[in-house]
Design a protein around this ligand. Structure first.
Ligand code: PLP
Length: 424
């Protein structure tokens, strides 16, 4: 195989036109074509015999886990939040790389169980768990992260119907919040967790309840790129954990410290620097050495582990002009990738990093709007982006697509074919 050094070192085809591509160095370019695990988009499409797909590169997943291990003290365990990407080969790949799985439904729980992850390392969070789901988790023996006092009561009643003692962790809605988060999930009134004040009252009664209190779950928010914000939240979290552990009638086994590590999606966003986060955690471990002695500490991450490993790819099927705007119309869009369309947690739509995968060597660029096949103005892949000049048959790829992809998208909307997935 021949390739020049310019070919395979980076994806920076044009710094002026698409500055966000500077951070997309996890995939290589060979002879002008973007490759994932060595395969071009055309080859992956032929491999799958499908016109639109997600490809996940296992080496990028490995790098993300390695970067966590490198910076975060070994005393802190890493759990994977399965909802970020429940594709079975990804779950199986992660099984030996992480220390536990966090699940948010019975279906995810069954995936985690069948991966061979020990039940003691599986926790089940989420509001609105039904009796059947709770019963299933009690029989499995996984740790139920309890979201309300009503849920705790139902767990006690359901446990009595089985031969098992329910294993629970109280999910705490702390009085503080994680600042600068893409999604805040604590502080103030929340459907998640039990208010800090109520947890302390509950602990006074927990010894008389027919459950085993394994520990606590303190999760504040998601998609955070600011080390200082995470450090501040960790300081509060350790303080709260020490207070809760001290108030327990017996020694709990674990505290889940939450997660929230973000990844850069949009132009101008800086990568999260894990070095200061790790240093601060090291300091907190020393400070709370006595209070938290022997207690397993966990950080749970979803997108940080898988998002950068994924590319979404679809093909241009039409190119048209409309009153001065050039449209690339693709065979994939919002129904496959809701998050990229801006309709999954974004207030103002911003473009994900997008590229024409087979045109990295082409100097000529064009201002285009890339849309999908759905009959709605919401179906946008890229809004007014300068990209290499593309034609029908070219490949449009969206980076940072390994989390909240197919399972977070309305695939049946309009009835177009579903999207394929592959881990390479
Ligand atoms: C969704 C969720 C996660 C994963 O969030 P990411 O932003 O993907 O890391 C972790 N923990 C809980 C409790 C969640 O609800």
């Amino acid at each position: 195989m021949t390739s020049t050094s310019a070919d395979n070192t980076s994806t920076n085809f044009n710094k002026n036109s698409a500055p966000q591509h500077e951070q997309m160095s996890q995939f290589r370019v060979k002879q002008g074509e973007l490759v994932a695990a060595g395969y071009s988009m055309t080859e992956i499409s032929q491999l799958l015999n499908r016109p639109a797909f997600y490809v996940y590169d296992r080496s990028v997943i490995n790098q993300q886990v390695a970067s966590f291990r490198q910076h975060i003290p070994a005393r802190i365990k890493l759990h994977y939040a399965v909802k970020a990407n429940p594709y079975w080969p990804v779950v199986e790949h992660l099984r030996p790389l992480v220390d536990g799985f966090d699940v948010a439904s019975q279906k995810e729980m069954l995936l985690a169980l069948q991966s061979g992850m020990p039940v003691a390392d599986i926790s089940f969070a989420g509001p609105g768990k039904g009796d059947a789901e709770l019963l299933s988790a009690i029989i499995a023996g996984v740790t139920l992260n309890v979201e309300s006092l009503g849920e705790l009561q139902r767990i006690c009643q359901l446990g009595a119907q089985t031969a098992y003692t329910p294993q629970v962790a109280l999910r705490v809605n702390p009085a503080f919040e994680l600042k600068a988060s893409g999604m805040k999930m604590a502080g103030g009134a929340k459907p998640f967790g039990i208010d800090e004040e109520l947890v302390l009252e509950t602990l006074a009664k927990i010894a008389d309840m027919p459950v085993r209190l394994r520990g606590f779950h303190i999760f504040c928010g998601s998609q955070n790129l600011k080390a200082e914000a995470l450090i501040e939240a960790h300081q509060h979290t350790f303080g709260l954990a020490a207070k809760l552990v001290a108030a327990c009638p017996y020694r709990p086994e674990m505290v889940n410290l939450g997660g929230g590590f973000g990844i850069p999606y949009f132009a101008g966003e800086r990568r999260l620097d894990l070095a200061p986060v790790g240093e601060s955690l090291q300091g907190l471990l020393q400070k709370y050495d006595d209070e938290l002695a022997g207690i397993e500490l966990v950080i749970e991450l979803g997108r940080y582990i898988v998002a950068e490993a994924g590319l979404y790819a679809c093909q241009v099927v039409d190119k048209k002009q409309s009153r001065g705007t050039t449209y690339l119309v693709c065979n994939g869009g919002l129904h496959h990738h809701l998050a990229n369309s801006g309709n999954f947690g974004q207030v103002i739509r911003k473009n994900y990093p997008v590229a024409i995968a087979n045109k990295f060597n082409q100097a000529e660029t064009e201002l285009v709007t890339v849309v999908g096949p759905l009959c709605t103005p919401l179906d946008i892949l890229a809004d007014r982006m300068v990209l290499p000049k593309a034609e029908v048959g070219d490949w449009v790829v969206v980076y940072q697509s390994g989390a909240y992809g197919p399972t977070a998208s309305p695939q049946d909307f309009l009835g177009h074919p579903n999207v394929a997935e592959i881990l390479l």
